[in-house]
Design a protein around this ligand. Structure first.
Ligand code: BDR
Ligand code: CA
Length: 303
């Protein structure tokens, strides 16, 4: 499967990119970056560093620095650390970004691989909305959009009502759901059922010293956040679960509904069923243990 991951790496983004590199069904043809867990230039640097570490020669196209209509943005440093990778701060600049913007790259690749390309968006939806605006054919040219975002049947994580990726650009998300491509939404409804614990990271690092060890090390910061906010003993495999949904849809229980996003007010970022919108497929349940085991087995195959 030809895949582009639109990402804001980010600790769980790094896990998802490692998973994609290890999955035999996935041909990762590029990463596009967006603000979110970090500022966008940090996202791009981290993305290029990860691809280099994974031995992948795929381009990184940098995208939106800010949500639609915003002039400033505060990254989620308290969740992902000051540079996006927990306590790690000396992340080298490897290579350069692709000359196209993320939206231009998405449009170009969707035309080139018409009907074949899957886009997995694991950050705010700004780049996807930009690509849809840039090329009205974009939604029809891609095979599928798989989104990590939203909390349709459960509470949010950034507010009681909203999940972080949708909250960070509610207008972009609402624009995507107004005229969506073939879309699967992988929200907190399922990603909080895929908890990855300290013992899982240790087991992974024992089998994959370099990549598994790196993920275990950067995740310490993330695990501490989960413990501090909710007493949880593990972190959700949010972004990896979305990448797994690209190739393993039968692991999910899916319902069809239209979606609307609250774009202002105290419930900004809430994702609600809306009968008058086009249908998207929303994951309501998941084989959580299956996702955790698949993630470990695949990533453990990396050096
Ligand atoms: C999502 O928000 C980010 O912090 C994570 O990387 C993930 O994409 C989870 O709500
Ligand atoms: Ca992310």
């Amino acid at each position: 499967m030809k895949l582009i991951i639109d990402t804001d790496p980010g600790i769980d983004d790094a896990m998802a990119i490692a998973y994609a590199a290890a999955a035999p069904e996935i041909d990762l043809i590029g990463l596009t970056t967006v603000f979110g867990n970090t500022h966008v230039h940090q996202s791009s640097r981290n993305a290029r560093f990860l691809l280099h570490k994974l031995g992948l020669d795929a381009p990184v196209a940098e995208g939106a620095p800010l949500p639609v209509g915003a002039t400033t943005y505060d990254p989620s440093e308290h969740v992902h650390g000051p540079e996006g990778f927990g306590d790690l701060t000396d992340i080298p600049q490897i290579g350069e970004n692709h000359p196209l913007t993320a939206a231009e790259f998405l449009v170009e690749q969707a035309r080139e691989h018409k009907g074949e390309l899957v886009v997995c968006a694991i950050g705010p939806l700004t780049n996807v909305a930009d690509a849809m605006r840039l090329d009205p054919e974009f939604a029809g040219n891609i095979k599928r959009l798989v989104i990590m975002g939203g909390a349709v049947f459960c509470p949010g994580n950034i507010t009681e009502h909203a999940e972080a990726n949708i909250y960070h650009d509610a207008q972009a998300a609402d624009a995507v759901f107004a005229s969506p491509p073939d879309t699967v939404l992988v929200g907190l409804d399922v990603t909080l059922k895929t908890l990855y614990e300290t013992a899982d990271f240790d087991a992974l690092a024992a089998r994959s010293a370099d990549m598994g060890g790196f993920l275990r090390d950067i995740s310490k910061f993330y695990l501490k956040f989960y413990k501090d906010i909710g007493g949880l003993e593990g972190c959700g495999l949010h972004d990896s679960t979305a990448v797994i949904a690209c190739t393993h849809e039968p692991m999910f229980e899916i319902v069809e509904t239209g979606l609307q996003v609250e774009v202002d007010g105290p419930q900004i970022g809430a994702t609600r069923p809306e009968a008058n919108r086009p249908m998207v497929r929303v994951c309501r349940d998941v084989d959580g243990a299956g996702v955790v085991n698949l993630f470990t087995d695949r990533v453990a195959s990396l050096p």
